[in-house]
Design a protein around this ligand. Structure first.
Ligand code: AMP
Ligand code: MG
Length: 364
């Protein structure tokens, strides 16, 4: 079976600009005919045969094949299978002239964020979490020696609603009272973060980027509540993000769903284990969590995954208090499907191009 991504990519490369709009019925018929032609390209048959061979390999053979190709040999069987399949798919598409070697289908940069927040052992309904640690890891997805971690932003934040951290919170996050007492409040830290992204790294003006989080909670609960406490509008840059758990489960899904026997999305530790990696540092330390999430992102990029937006913030109706939800489903988060994700990314690309053009014209 050839996956949809390859077909879309092939279609995209084949597409020629339309001169005149044709009637819808004619367009539909032509599209049908074209689709069957794309599938007839012999390269897809080759890819399908290779995939079949890979499916029959045991773990040892998969490791050997990865080694021969200088690919990472770590991880469970399904991760190795996906790594090899993706490698051969891309090589075959390049060989057939359907893809360029240097194509980067990801945003130029990925920004991993993992907040720590005030909490109690059992967060009571409506608990007003406030962000106390704000780490971000910048990953370059393309270019020389990429993907790799380029920079880290890190700051502690002083909470104002509950300035005293609970014993539980201190022992969970490893953050002590003196650290938050000496820190700036959220608006100042947030301003520094925005400058780090926009001024230092030119994100959104010189390069496209995408926020990545482990689960929906960083944006859907912590950022959302923080902005609500402050009475500020939710920031536009954080309105869309990639929930890594979904990206991971989709990319390595054959193994994930088989091995866990349920449809629960993988947490940070599960993702690391699947890839044969170990947690580095202290779990629930925001900066260590963010660095470990970033290591997974880099691995996914090496395995040629495309990391797309898959969640966004919802406009929660006034009067609906969603802050007391502790389950996995947040009213403030809406899933984003592939089509919407692609058009969101296209808009980001246009913004970068437009800003580049404007800057050049001004300089002239
Ligand atoms: P994490 O990124 O998993 O470290 O969690 C982020 C934040 O979620 C923490 O800083 C806490 O505010 C909250 N949190 C995580 N785990 C728990 C827990 N077991 N009980 C209460 N709150 C938690
Ligand atoms: Mg964390």
């Amino acid at each position: 079976m050839v996956d949809k991504e390859s077909r879309d990519m092939y279609k995209c490369l084949q597409r020629t600009p339309k001169k005149q709009k044709k009637p819808i019925v004619v367009q539909k018929e032509e599209r049908k005919e074209k689709n069957s032609n794309y599938l007839e390209h012999p390269v897809y048959n080759d890819i399908s045969l290779i995939n079949g061979e890979i499916n029959r390999m045991d773990c040892q053979v998969l490791q050997l094949k990865c080694k021969e190709l200088h690919l990472d040999c770590r991880g469970k069987r399904e991760a190795l299978k996906r790594r090899l399949k993706e490698y051969w798919k891309v090589e075959k598409l390049i060989e057939a002239g359907l893809m360029e070697r240097r194509t980067n289908r990801n945003a130029d940069f990925l920004v991993v964020i993992d907040f720590e927040a005030t909490c109690e052992e059992r967060n009571p309904p409506g608990y007003p979490h406030e962000i106390i640690e704000f780490p971000a890891v910048l990953i370059a997805s393309g270019g020389e020696d990429c993907p790799r971690i380029m920079d880290v932003f890190h700051a502690f934040v002083r909470p104002v609603i509950n300035p005293h951290l609970s014993e539980f919170c201190k022992s969970l996050t490893g953050i002590d009272q003196e650290t938050v007492d000496a820190a700036d409040t959220f608006p100042m830290v947030h301003q520094r973060f925005v400058e780090w992204m926009e001024v230092k790294h030119g994100l959104g003006s010189r390069a496209t980027y995408l926020i990545v989080t482990d689960g929906p909670f960083d944006m859907g609960r912590f950022m959302y509540l923080q902005m609500r406490h402050l009475g500020h509008d939710y920031p536009a840059y954080a309105s869309h993000w990639a929930n890594l758990r979904k990206v991971f489960a989709n990319f390595y899904k054959e193994g994930f769903y088989k091995e866990t026997k349920d449809f629960k999305l993988p947490g940070l530790q599960t993702m690391l284990t699947q890839l044969g990696m170990e947690f580095e540092g202290q779990p629930h330390s925001g900066v260590d969590d963010a660095k470990n999430i970033a290591r997974i992102v880099v691995k996914l990029l090496y395995d040629r995954a495309v990391i797309r937006v898959n969640e966004r913030i919802a406009a929660v109706a006034k009067g609906v208090d969603d802050s007391n939800r502790t389950g996995a489903k947040l009213l403030s988060v809406v899933p984003v499907m592939r089509k919407e994700a692609e058009s969101w990314y296209k808009k980001q690309k246009c913004l970068v191009v437009v800003k580049e053009t404007t800057t050049t014209t001004q300089e002239e």
